[in-house]
Design a protein around this ligand. Structure first.
Ligand code: BES
Ligand code: MG
Ligand code: ZN
Length: 485
């Protein structure tokens, strides 16, 4: 586990803490945070001198190391005072962790820059996310250095612990995403779900190939025909909310996507190990639920398989029957995510009376073209639900943008010989066609939203919170915020 499992709090001040570095702040208007100001007084205006000479500007992301009374002090730029928010504090805290690791410092302390709960939570989230590294396959000692401890000086306890738990949920999702396809198999996802279920007192059901095929999950069974790696249909139930309707989260658990018979090109095919990041998001949320223990009812559903090219692989032209009885003409075996989600969404509609269903999937390459690695495309059937997603997104800084599911698009996935087909009118509006397809498998009346995380689950610009080449754990924080977990 190469990230901080928790974040400490302490009432000590800068010269009392034993931490190897103490981080304090300065805003762009040149004003120092309270602890920075104390240090400045104790050290004959060390910071003011640096500011006057123009070496410190207080810009967001800026960071300078000073040495005072045998201590390292890191002066952090906090940006414009009037724009100082959770996102800034998270980024800045992330920088403290990341720069410590870079300098081989294993314990840090940071001043609590705000007394607000949300800000204290964000500071802890940032410390944990910034401490994340994926080191599981590094065997040389010299390549392994981890942050051991982080302390927030003078901070409100509960919010810090909460932020650390949420950060741990995100890191859990990242780890699953980063493991390669030969390790993060459907069985491994089921084992992770078991670990979470045991930790959080949840119910776990796992159907294997024979079981879900007999149950009528023709979408998952069809895609799984091409692989010998055992596929799974995983159901996690966290039921601590009395008789309230459950919130149901469905995640695409495609542990490697070769495209199947409609095979992908070799370039970047390795990245298709990330095609289970929708399921990693769901498991990350459940990991956080196990730690946070909120009074909620939440169900997680994960159809999981590889999409390979074995002798029995499904073929273009094949017709499959999903769990809700609808027939699907397969025109491209690489549009497999929607086929396995069809069963997940049908199952959620049939067996629960959900408050809402959210699904998460690295579903279309077209999404990366549309919104790049900046935002997740969302689609849905309920304005209120979309509004709530938008609100949570503003709090957590995980951007979303709604695409329309207009009737014209929904017509594009009608098939001439089956009920629907798994492609729209390529090359037009591919991400919307996928959303329109999924809509067919959600019972009318259930508020539903689809998140296409193809661009946001990995591959964006590295930052203090997101290391290069890593799964991001995008969405875990947004969903927890939305559920008031
Ligand atoms: N997993 C891919 C989508 C994807 C591709 C995500 C690249 C992130 C980066 C999905 O299963 C897929 O292959 N979709 C096809 C659909 C098409 C055949 C209609 C695609 O996007 O090309
Ligand atoms: Mg595919
Ligand atoms: Zn896929």
């Amino acid at each position: 586990m190469a990230h901080l499992p928790n974040v400490e709090i302490s009432n000590e001040t800068w010269n009392e803490t034993k931490a190897s570095v103490v981080a304090v702040g300065v805003f762009q208007d040149k004003s120092l945070t309270p602890m920075a100001s104390h240090i400045n007084d104790a050290a004959d205006g060390l910071f003011s001198n640096a500011i006057e000479m123009g070496d410190v500007k207080g810009k967001e992301g800026e960071s300078k190391l000073f040495y005072i009374e045998g201590k390292r002090v890191q002066l952090l730029g906090l940006g414009k005072k009037e724009e100082f928010n959770q996102e800034t504090i998270r980024m800045v805290a992330g920088h403290v962790s990341r720069s410590a690791i870079k300098n081989k410092i294993d314990d840090v302390a940071i001043e609590c820059f705000s007394s607000e709960d949300d800000m204290c939570q964000a500071i802890a989230e940032g410390l944990v996310l910034g401490s994340y590294q994926f080191l599981d396959y590094k065997t040389k000692e010299k390549n392994i250095f981890e942050l051991r401890s982080a302390t927030v000086l003078g901070c409100e306890k509960e919010a810090v612990a909460r932020g650390a738990m949420i950060g741990n949920g995100v890191c859990f999702a990242r780890d699953l995403g980063n493991h390669p396809g030969n390790v993060a198999t459907p069985s491994k996802l089921a084992a992770s779900a078991k670990e979470i279920a045991d930790q959080g007192g949840m119910n776990l059901t796992v159907f294997d190939r024979k079981e879900f095929t007999e149950m009528g999950m023709g979408g998952l069974a069809g895609v799984a025909q091409g692989t010998d790696e055992p596929p799974k249909f995983i159901i996690l139930e966290y039921m601590k909310g009395g008789d309230e309707k459950p919130k149901v989260l469905v995640g695409k658990g495609l542990t490697f996507d070769s495209g199947g018979i409609s095979i992908k090109g070799a370039s970047k095919m390795d990245e298709m190990k990330f095609d289970m990041c929708g399921s990693a998001l769901v498991l990350g949320v459940f990991k956080a639920l196990a730690l946070l223990k909120p009074e909620l009812n939440v169900v997680g559903i994960i159809p999981s398989t590889e999409n390979l090219n074995g002798a029995k692989a499904y073929k273009p032209g094949d017709i499959l029957k999903a769990y809700n009885g609808k027939t699907i003409e397969v025109l491209n075996t690489d549009a497999e995510g929607r086929l396995i989600l069809a069963d997940g969404l049908s199952y959620a509609s049939k067996h629960y009376d959900p408050e809402y269903i959210l699904d998460f999937a690295t579903l279309t390459g077209a999404m990366v073209v549309t919104l790049g690695h900046i935002a997740t495309g969302i689609m849905g059937t309920n304005d209120n639900l979309i509004d709530n997603i938008g609100k949570a997104s503003k709090t957590t800084g995980e951007k979303v943008w709604e695409l329309p599911l207009w009737e014209e698009f929904c017509k594009q996935i009608q098939s001439s010989i089956a009920d629907v087909k798994n492609m729209g009118s390529p090359p037009q509006a591919g991400s919307i066609a996928a959303g329109a397809f999924l809509k067919e498998f959600v019972d009318e009346g259930i508020p539903w939203a689809h998140f296409d995380i193809a661009g946001t689950a990995w591959g964006g610009k590295p930052s203090s919170l997101d290391p290069k080449g890593s799964a991001t754990g995008w969405g875990v924080r947004l969903v927890l915020d939305m559920m008031d977990a």
